[in-house]
Design a protein around this ligand. Structure first.
Ligand code: MG
Length: 305
């Protein structure tokens, strides 16, 4: 599926892509030796990146000064993470089947793990809106086997996208039309939510696309539509830049789309990519978790917010 061994580089599908990347500065590998790298989150306060090795049950920390070191092990099969409005790390734990938050002094507290009395499947990726609400996907990858969690039957019988309001302690389903919802990101003005569906991982006829939804009253989603079918492979994590482009993982690296789904170009990597995250002091460094390795691609555009 992925062109294994292909050298890192850029592929221009639309001339507009040239203004977004630094052609003379191809992506470089920062660290390797992981099982399945995922869930990168950049922390401006410490200028470092946390990311997960999901089957390795470990969260890692990478910084330019210290390189990669273990941040948390066991990690409860942590997958995606993000920061909340206070800069705290909010993490999807596939092992405990909950959303958890790391407090400033390092303790980990549960945020939400049940819906209507049923356990969540295995939260996969998460984003916090500027109003403090926590939006996350809940596919069943973590309960299908013991590789990325603990095998179990789904208590929900479906894979939803949820919105959690911490002030009200209220969890709501916001999308139920994805088979295996995965990565998610808001547009710059937070009026659109993008969610990937990676169901082709377990069904050759399953979706491998990005859906977009309009956000109504800060709380519900309407006007579900497919904006891009991602090939080769499937879309997992995605991020939005300050110009509203979508940067999404695929079997060949990272692909860059306009909000209406026009492919502008690709960051080609020798490994299947799972996720990406904007970081660095100017927020224009794209960190990419790709199978066994962490890569960095310097861009000419910064991440949103
Ligand atoms: Mg994911």
């Amino acid at each position: 599926m992925a062109a294994a061994g292909q050298p890192p580089g850029y592929v221009v599908d639309d001339e507009a892509f040239r203004a977004l990347v630094v052609a003379a500065d191809p992506p470089r590998r920062l660290h390797t030796g992981l099982t399945w790298a995922e869930g990168p989150v950049y922390r401006p306060a410490t200028d470092d990146l946390l990311f997960s090795d999901v089957p390795g049950d470990t969260m890692w920390r990478w910084s330019a000064t210290a390189g990669a070191e273990v941040y948390r092990r066991p990690s409860q099969f942590a997958n995606g993470s993000t920061l909340d409005q206070q800069g705290r790390v909010v993490t999807c734990e596939q092992g405990t089947r909950r959303i958890a938050r790391t407090e400033p002094y390092g303790s980990v507290v549960g945020v939400v793990g049940h819906f209507g009395g049923a356990r969540l499947n295995s939260p996969n990726d998460v984003v916090v809106r500027s109003d403090g609400t926590i939006w996350f996907s809940d596919p069943d990858y973590g309960i299908l086997s013991n590789e990325q969690g603990y095998q179990a039957e789904s208590e929900l019988g479906h894979c939803y996208v949820f919105r959690f309001d911490p002030r009200q302690g209220r969890l709501s389903v916001v999308a139920d039309d994805l088979v295996k919802p995965n990565g998610l990101a808001f547009s710059v003005d937070e009026t659109v939510l993008y969610v990937t569906d990676s169901a082709v991982t377990h069904d050759p006829d399953g979706p491998h696309h990005i859906r977009a939804y309009d956000v109504v009253d800060h709380a519900t989603l309407v006007n579900s539509r497919v904006v891009a079918v991602v090939e080769p492979g499937w879309p997992d994590g995605l991020r939005v830049d300050a110009q509203d482009h979508l940067w999404v993982s695929s079997g060949e690296g990272i692909q860059c789309y306009t909000p209406d789904g026009r492919l502008l170009g690709r960051i080609r990597l020798p490994e299947i990519a799972a996720n990406c995250e904007f970081g660095g002091p100017d927020r224009n460094q794209l960190f990419i978790t790709a199978t066994s390795s962490l890569y960095l691609a310097p861009l000419r555009v910064a991440g949103a917010r």
